[in-house]
Design a protein around this ligand. Structure first.
Ligand SMILES: [Zn+2]
Length: 326
């Protein structure tokens, strides 16, 4: 019964639709339902003719530079600084004056006005001790080289600061904590020998965790080698200046970083031999905050001057010019 009831209704609907298409004027190239059942159906659909409700447009706040450009967060005051502003400001936070870390190449590019050539690229690291900690030493080296784009932790350039030709080297702390292995020693000695040969000053930007444990006694030997190279400079009257940047520790502090004619440090740089926690455990005392900071060392006569990064180039130039009798 139910199917019988439905069937005639469907047929009637089809018939009326047929009539509608026959009656409608397709001649004009459009479907114009007029006084037809389909047309009435469309006209009855009020949602088609209903005006579109007005969309409320919220005025969005204008994006700031740190939201549109690659930015870095200051580790001290946590404010975001665009990388462009940071490079322009020599990696000093414009809000709190914190000195952020720089790579060796950024450091030397910021320091030297003219770069002639790079030294020490011929030295490559071997694995004489076949050292394995969580991974083999050669694997660790490859990983570091991929990460930093550098072949070792010390970069050496010969170039000019204003009219003063010099050899400048910088540690890259990203590369295994700027640790001193045999290649770092080789490069430093080559830098010192070039400075000695041409009687031009040597400047070293130190940032290191110390000797490289993966090279064992070979890394410790670099302390003596670099010390001997610096002594040759001293005997020849060639100035050697050290700029201590955050942080300098271990075997580097115990050798080349503390053997300069003049020691300059950046504000709040951490400088020491053993770490603060190790000393606290040994002497069973709590050491207050300025301990091992550059300002603390200046107070206690370990270094000569604490210089803001913006005044560093001028200060180094002035002191070297004085030592070179220019
Ligand atoms: Zn800051």
């Amino acid at each position: 019964m139910t199917t019988n009831n439905k069937l005639p209704k469907t047929k009637t609907a089809e018939k009326s639709a047929d009539c509608a298409f026959k009656d409608s004027s397709f001649k004009d190239g459009g479907f114009k339902p007029e006084s037809t059942s389909a047309g009435e159906m469309l006209q009855s659909n009020t949602w088609l003719s209903r005006p579109v409700p007005r969309v409320k447009r919220h005025s969005l706040p204008q994006l700031t530079a740190v939201e549109t450009e690659p930015s870095t967060q200051c580790p001290q005051c946590h404010s975001m600084i665009t990388n462009t502003a940071l490079i322009f400001n020599s990696y000093v936070c414009p809000h709190c004056d914190h000195h952020l870390a720089m790579t060796a190449r950024e450091r030397l590019a910021d320091f030297l006005d003219q770069i002639d050539n790079e030294l020490g690229q011929q030295f490559t690291t071997g694995d004489p001790l076949k050292f394995v900690d969580s991974k083999p030493y050669p694997h660790r080296m490859l990983q570091m080289q991929d990460k930093t784009g550098e072949s070792e932790a010390l970069i050496v350039f010969k170039g000019k600061l204003r009219d003063l030709t010099m050899v400048a080297c910088a540690f890259d702390f990203r590369f295994m904590g700027g640790s001193m292995g045999s290649v770092v020693g080789d490069r430093f000695v080559e830098a010192a020998e070039l400075a000695l040969e041409h009687k031009i000053p040597l400047v070293c930007f130190a940032a290191s965790g110390g000797a490289r444990m993966q090279e064992g006694v070979l890394s410790l030997m670099q302390m003596a080698r670099t010390g001997a190279a610096i002594e040759r400079l001293r005997l020849a009257g060639v100035p050697y200046m050290v700029v201590l940047t955050n942080p300098v520790y271990g075997g580097v502090t115990a050798s080349l970083a503390m053997l300069g004619d003049i020691h300059i440090a950046e504000p709040k740089a951490m400088i020491g031999f053993a770490g603060k926690r190790v000393i606290e455990q040994t002497v069973r005392e709590t050491l207050e905050e300025p301990f091992q900071r550059a300002e603390y060392l200046l107070e206690h006569g370990v270094i000569d001057q604490v210089v803001h990064r913006h005044q560093l180039n001028d200060t180094v130039y002035r002191l070297l010019a004085k030592l070179m009798h220019i």
